[in-house]
Design a protein around this ligand. Structure first.
Ligand code: DQA
Length: 165
């Protein structure tokens, strides 16, 4: 079984595709889930992709992940800026955490510049849309390989070189 990464999405991310597309783009959360599954497969990882509008449910899932998942990639939505409970759960999990945001939270309202989640995160990726999730999975594969001592899998077949002669 490949190591499984919990990819957790917070409130209102279920509305992606129709929610402020000028900020969050046109992809739906299902599109992002499919992107993560594809990316994970090439990296030798599995993903457990979830979304909730409830802080309690998110905290519960982080607690469960302590013993069942290899790492956590988290876009906590607005809870990023408010939730000490989520921060405490992430810290207690002792798992590698990577924080992701679709938008560049530093180019927006002042209140979005502070993240509680960042205090528990090994790294933060923001402003790159859904690509941020792919980059987070690649970074997670490296982190996990470092701790297990194994080389990260790269199951992509090398690009064919076209010879023109
Ligand atoms: C977000 C940024 C948050 O400030 C906001 O509350 C979200 C989405 C992002 O992905 O850009 O819901 O996390």
């Amino acid at each position: 079984m490949p190591p499984t990464v919990l990819v957790l999405n917070g409130p209102n991310l279920n509305l992606l595709g129709s929610r402020e597309p000028e900020i969050y783009g046109h992809e739906t959360l299902s599109d992002i889930a499919a992107l993560c599954e594809r990316a994970a497969a090439t990296l030798g990882l599995a993903v457990d992709f979830r979304q909730s509008n409830s802080e309690a449910e998110l905290v519960g899932w982080v607690q469960e992940a302590r013993t069942t998942r290899a790492g956590i990639i988290l876009n906590a939505g607005a809870f990023t800026h408010t939730s000490v409970a989520l921060l405490d759960a992430l810290t207690a999990s002792a798992l590698p955490v990577i924080e992701v945001h679709l938008s560049n939270i530093f180019r927006r309202e002042e209140f979005r510049r502070h993240s509680y989640v960042s205090l528990a995160a090994r790294g933060v990726i923001c402003g790159l849309g859904s690509q941020g999730y792919e980059l987070a999975l690649a970074a997670m594969a490296r982190l996990l390989a470092k701790t297990s001592g194994k080389k990260p899998a790269n199951k992509k077949t090398p690009a064919k070189v076209k010879r023109t002669r």
